[in-house]
Write a protein that binds this ligand. Sequence first.
Ligand code: HEC
Ligand code: HEC
Length: 299
Amino acid sequence: MDDRFNTIAGWTLFGGIVALGLSSLSAHYFMADKEHRPEKMGYAIEGVVEEGAGGAAAELPLANLLAAGDVAKGEAVFAKCKACHNADQGGANGIGPNLYGIVGKPVGKHAAGFAYSADLAGHGGTWDFATLDQWLKNPKAFAAGTKMSFAGLPKGEDRANVILYLNSLGSNLPLPAPEAVPAAGAAPAAGAAVALVGDAAKGEAVFAKCKACHTIDQGGANGIGPNLYGVHGEAVAGDRGGYAFSDALKAHGGNWDDATLDSWLTSPAKFAQGTKMTFAGISDPQQRADVIAYLKSKK
Ligand code: HEC
Ligand code: HEC
């Protein structure tokens, strides 16, 4: 275990050195730093917008990958499956069974006339989002004697996208609700973030990150973002003194309760793709609970 860790650490370090070498080489070669242009155009508020970027890319829960997924990308992933699978309604079985309408159907029984392996036919259960995800990650781990000689899709995003594509073909089952994602390294506790008890005083300190864009006192002016007095319990993108919300947030619907605020503050861009709130989100569930408690105290 230790040896493996050292090897991995060694290669990671080596990779970093190579990457550094290459980037300084290309900087010299192309004189990319000649004009000292900022790497990203537009303003970034120190310590705010960058939060969470560059952290270890722990894989998100399936529900979140599905929520952020893309059917068109899934169709592209499906190119890998086409050698063996037809997914048209009424399409023929090939090396693998026809997959039209597979999401929500019993495992190993769906395609009439297809000779499933005994292991898949005897597996039991249904193809829901979770079982498809396991299967596509590693078919042999799911059913040891399967005939599907396909190594699997290692990337969670690819699996989520192709599952969305399959779901769009005659199944259209509702997607599971995204989970509040705990900070990297924290004990994974699905939904626990919402149940955490917030501390309004600590939340006021967290709110320092929001002040560049938001006022919160009653009657405070709108800034880059809307005044947030009394926002808890109000409609999402409701009337905030004439503030011009993005279409993305206006289209969202619903109210700001603990759960919606928690998912918004985890990742505004995931909650409402196209939102104007350029804030990476707060990865620590306790900090989110605290700032939500603070928002609640201001009404
Ligand atoms: C090399 C051929 C091959 C490739 C590539 C392949 N499959 Fe399969 N697939 C099969 C076979 C064969 C079976 C039947 C397995 C069995 O009976 O054990 C199967 C079964 C399945 C099933 C179960 C269907 C049912 O009726 O229960 C699903 C779902 C599935 N494949 C999805 C995919 C997806 C999605 C991809 C691409 C990411 C893919 N497969 C790539 C050959 C393939
Ligand atoms: C870089 C500026 C910026 C920062 C920092 C920022 N916000 Fe925002 N916020 C916005 C903008 C812009 C909107 C409007 C979003 C839209 O219309 O898509 C918004 C909208 C909101 C809303 C929705 C209000 C409503 O009436 O629907 C809430 C709640 C909110 N922000 C809370 C916070 C909290 C809490 C923080 C700090 C943890 C924070 N924001 C940090 C710019 C910011």
